[in-house]
Each structure stands twice: as structure tokens, then as C-alpha cells.
Design a protein around this ligand. Structure first.
Ligand SMILES: Nc1ncnc2c1ncn2[C@@H]1O[C@H](COP(=O)(O)OP(=O)(O)O)[C@@H](O)[C@H]1O
Ligand SMILES: [Mg+2]
Length: 320
């Protein structure tokens, strides 16, 4: 099962998906990989195909969100010369090109309804019809699909065929967002930094405890892909050094301490709490144009408490 070794992480959720993926790889069933962008869907699709009995056969990927409806149809099924303006020659579709192998349909949630019907036919009978042709041909392909949207909800909204959904969802693999497997964060960071180091022949940086704490509090909208990009950038810029909080890009701080104090990171060198209070009161007053009640609300204080603290810190009372 060598190809699953490239998938890093020991969190229970990831390990259980790897177990399922290994079982799926040994069969020929259709696989639907669910998960937000950057969670590793393509990585899993690749590992499954390489461990499968179709490993030596073609593996063709198509991103269903990248093409228009008519282009997708001719990409998947091919077209006859003269089928439409610009169809100067016959074109082989990718199902035919992948015959005997595997087709990976990424972002299948974007597949137009008309093509959904044609895909269902491939799944049920292996039958394809090229654009502009009248004679069907048969293929033997395994389909692995990925979605970053909730297909079940799209079915309810009438945007995705229920019969196709059931046909695809034989063995669902659902990759959790990175924030739900934070125990893997350090492993992933070390893995990506070691990769950069060996590619470029430089020394890996190390990560300070406080910088790691900031990364653990970040929402990671781009999941593992975003983490990988960050690690690459930091590895190059800070080769062999210690990464401190201040080396992290600004998006790692915005909004951190607004809603919950859990996200607030005590800086490495400590801070002056009195001064921080003065600073925050000043910012609240500036933002509300000096309005005491609104400032108090921003700071989670009653108006009286705010007035008391302002007096304590020697704010000039020009009361609003
Ligand atoms: N568990 C993991 N271990 C190692 N690399 C990972 C892992 N998950 C994702 N990656 C890497 O993160 C990037 C994004 O993964 P990808 O499979 O393209 O995500 P998706 O298809 O879900 O958008 C790729 O470079 C991939 O190799
Ligand atoms: Mg992808």
C-alpha cells in the first residue's frame, strides 16, 4: 500500500479514511470523495488509482468546473467532424482514451444537468455517444469523482440528479477540513518543510511554540493546500532559522481576538496589560467617534465600567 504513505496524518479521522480508501482501491467500485478545497481529494484519487488493478492503465482527470457545457460533452465523449462549428476533425473523448483505466471527475458538483444524464448512462451500461454521432460505443472505465459542495443539498435543490448521486456515492470518502484534524498540523508542516529543504538543498526552519499556536488558531479556508503554500514560502525565506509569530503573514492575525479570547496569543516577549487596555479603549473610542455606549459594547463592558476605566487611565472626559 505504498502510495498511501504520501498521505500525511495520524488523526483518527484521516486514518479511518485511509483505511476505507485502501479497501476501495482493491475493488472497482465508483468512489465519491467529498471535502472542501485543498483537503486532499486529488491526492486520494491518485493514491486509489495507483493502488488499484488499473494502475498501469490510463488515468485521466477532468475538472468539471473549468469548461462550458458543450466543451465538457465533447471532452468526455468526443465529437464527429463537422458536429459543430470548429469541429474540423473527429475527436476522441476521454472516456474512450481512458478505456480500461480510470477517469477522475473533479468538482463534479459543477457538471451540467444534461451531461449528468449522459454520465449516468456510462455508469450504468458503459455506453457513450460522441457529439454529432448516432452510434453508441462502449467503454470500461472506473470513475472517481470529487465534490467540494454538498451534493445532497444540490439534489434537494434540483441541481443534481438523485439517481446519479446514488450511483456515485457507493463508497463515500469524506475528508474533514484541516481545522478538524489539528493534531496533524505539525506533521504536515514538518513534511512540507522537509520537502522544500530537500528540493532546494537548504536547511529547514523550525517553528516557535507561539507561531505554532497562531497556526492552530487560524481558520485555514484553503486547508492543506494553503498550509503547503505557507510552508514553502517560510522555508525559502527563513531557511535554517526559527519562525516566530511576527514572521507570519498578516492574515493570520486579522480577527483573531475579536470574538473569542481563545484566539488571543500572548506574544513571545510578553506584553504590558495596562498599556494594552489604554490602547484598546482608545481604538474603541476612535472607531465609534467617541461614543461611550458603543465603545463599551465593543469592549464587552458596561458603560459605567468603561467610564471608570477611562478615568483611571486619565482619558479626558468629553462625554458622549
Ligand atoms: N494529508 C496530506 N498529506 C500530504 N499532502 C497533502 C495532504 N492533503 C493534501 N496535501 C497536499 O495539499 C495540496 C492540495 O491537495 P489536493 O489533493 O489537490 O486537494 P483538493 O483536491 O481537495 O483541492 C496538494 O499539494 C496535496 O499534495
Ligand atoms: Mg482539487
Amino acid at each position: 500500500m505504498g502510495h498511501f504513505k504520501t498521505i500525511i496524518g495520524h488523526s483518527p479521522s484521516l486514518e479511518s479514511i485511509i483505511r476505507s480508501a485502501k479497501m476501495v482501491a482493491a475493488t472497482d467500485v465508483t468512489v465519491l470523495i467529498k471535502g472542501e478545497t485543498g483537503t486532499g481529494k486529488e491526492l486520494f484519487a491518485n493514491a486509489i488509482q495507483r493502488e488499484s488493478s488499473r494502475a498501469g492503465k490510463p488515468f485521466i482527470c477532468l475538472n468539471c468546473a473549468a469548461l462550458s457545457e458543450s466543451l465538457i460533452e465533447s471532452e468526455l465523449f468526443g465529437h464527429k467532424k463537422g458536429a459543430f462549428t470548429g469541429a474540423a476533425t473527429n475527436k476522441t473523448g476521454l472516456f474512450e482514451a481512458a478505456d480500461g483505466g480510470t477517469v477522475f471527475l473533479d468538482e463534479i458538483n459543477s457538471l451540467p444537468m444534461t451531461i449528468q444524464a449522459k454520465l449516468l448512462r456510462v455508469l450504468e451500461s458503459g455506453e457513450c455517444l460522441a457529439v454529432g454521432d448516432t452510434k453508441v460505443y462502449r467503454v470500461n472505465v472506473r470513475i472517481i469523482a470529487a465534490t467540494n459542495a454538498d451534493l445532497n443539498q444540490q439534489v434537494r435543490a434540483g441541481q443534481f440528479r438523485r439517481d446519479l448521486y446514488y450511483r456515485l456515492d457507493v463508497v463515500p470518502l469524506e475528508l474533514p477540513p484541516l481545522t478538524r484534524r489539528l493534531e496533524d498540523l505539525e506533521h504536515l508542516i514538518n513534511h512540507f518543510m522537509a520537502m522544500v529543504a530537500s528540493t532546494h538543498g537548504i536547511a529547514s526552519p523550525s517553528l516557535s511554540k507561539s507561531a505554532l499556536a497562531v497556526l492552530k488558531n487560524y481558520p485555514w479556508p484553503g486547508n492543506v493546500r494553503e498550509l503547503r503554500n505557507l510552508c514553502e514560502r517560510l522555508s525559502i525565506l527563513l531557511a535554517g532559522k526559527v519562525i516566530e509569530v511576527e514572521h507570519l503573514p498578516s492574515e493570520f492575525f486579522s480577527g483573531v481576538n475579536n470574538t473569542s479570547l481563545e484566539g488571543f496569543i500572548l506574544p513571545h516577549e510578553g506584553l504590558n496589560l495596562e498599556q494594552l487596555e489604554v490602547e484598546l479603549i482608545q481604538q474603541a473610542l476612535d472607531r465609534t467617534n467617541g461614543n461611550r455606549s458603543k465603545s463599551a459594547k465593543l469592549l464587552g463592558l458596561t458603560r459605567d465600567t468603561l467610564l471608570y476605566r477611562m478615568q483611571k487611565h486619565g482619558f479626558r472626559d468629553s462625554g458622549k
